[in-house]
Design a protein around this ligand. Structure first.
Ligand code: UDP
Ligand code: MG
Length: 306
């Protein structure tokens, strides 16, 4: 059995096309398959469409009680699956379903526990998004040692990987990073990201920013070390400037200009706040983790054996 998990948020428009393409791709496999559609709290007709597809068979639907975000939707899908392999795919046809056959073949060949589709080139997107993701992936590589450049969420996971993923209890979910952390034998296949045929991307700056900070803080505590480095630099600066100020004082020369004082004030103030901000991010993470709330809440299920 293979599960195809599709997180959906306001995808009513393109859902029929996506499910049709998914059914066709799965139909080409000589193995029993199911499609798990996770409605991430859509406020359009997505859930009704899912219920319709579930009634036709071969599809299970999961409705989250509100919009928890794609990472939580993927998690819900993976926890609902008990198949030998699970494939995660976007619901907007930006992850070509034709690749599924190739992914399953590579997995069946027994040489890979994870088959990941990677983007050698980023899709057409605004310059700011391109720049933002470049900075994020470079920072992540520097801080955590995991190079996720070109990674996508389009992946096939063997059941052992799914099992290991389900055991990761953290609230701050970052799917591709967590899968990278898990290790296992992996094979990559390149793919071109086509334009979205329907609707538009749900990612807004705020959501991407929070995903980026989650990714960075959840994957490494090295950012905290930046604070120490800043402190060290300032300590050296303080000693040098302190000695100089004393020298000037005891030799009876007039004191240094007010400009220096202002610049130093601003610099120290700025860096202290930056340090506090970084520490604050980690405290926020700890706070979220210790609350230990569920990562998502399922409001409704539909389809086979529910
Ligand atoms: N998605 C989701 N919850 C969200 C945002 C997005 O489940 O809060 C789903 C969305 O329906 C789609 C996939 O995640 O299937 C990718 O979303 P989108 O196409 O908006 O992102 P992009 O392709 O721009 O990365
Ligand atoms: Mg998309």
């Amino acid at each position: 059995m293979i599960s195809l998990i599709i997180p959906l948020y306001r995808e009513e428009q393109g859902l029929d096309a996506t499910v049709a393409a998914a059914r066709k791709a799965l139909g080409a496999l000589a193995q029993s398959c199911e499609i798990i559609l996770v409605d991430d709290g859509s406020d359009d007709g997505t859930w009704d469409a899912i219920a319709r597809h579930a009634a036709a068979g071969g599809v299970r639907g999961l409705r989250l009680s509100r919009n928890f975000g794609k990472e939580a939707a993927i998690c819900a899908g993976l926890e609902a699956s008990r198949a030998q392999a699970a494939i995660i795919m976007d619901g907007d046809l930006q992850h070509p379903p034709e690749l599924i056959v190739q992914m399953v073949e590579l997995w069946r060949g027994g040489k890979a526990d994870i088959v990941e589709a990677v983007k050698p080139r980023r899709p057409r997107e605004p310059l700011t998004a391109r720049l933002g993701s470049m900075v994020f992936y470079r920072l992540l590589r520097r801080l955590s040692g995991f190079d996720l450049t070109g990674a996508s969420d389009f992946k096939l996971l063997d059941q052992r990987v799914c099992e290991a993923y389900r055991r990761m209890g953290e609230r701050a979910l970052f799917f591709r990073g967590m899968i990278a952390w898990l290790g296992f034998r992996r094979v990559q296949i390149p793919f071109e990201v086509p334009d979205r045929p329907n609707g538009r991307s749900k990612w807004r700056f705020g959501a991407l920013w929070s995903l980026a900070t989650t990714g960075l803080t959840a994957f490494s505590s090295s950012a905290l070390r930046i604070v120490n480095w800043l402190a060290a630099v300032f300590l050296v600066l303080a000693v040098v400037l302190g000695v100089r100020a004393l020298w000037v004082f005891f030799t009876g020369q007039p004191g240094a200009g007010i400009t220096t004082v202002i610049i130093l004030q601003l610099l120290t103030g700025g860096f202290v706040l930056l340090g506090l901000g970084i520490i604050g991010e980690y405290i926020a993470r700890i706070y979220e983790e210790v609350k230990a709330r569920p990562r998502y809440v399922v409001a409704e299920r539909t389809g086979s054996n529910e």
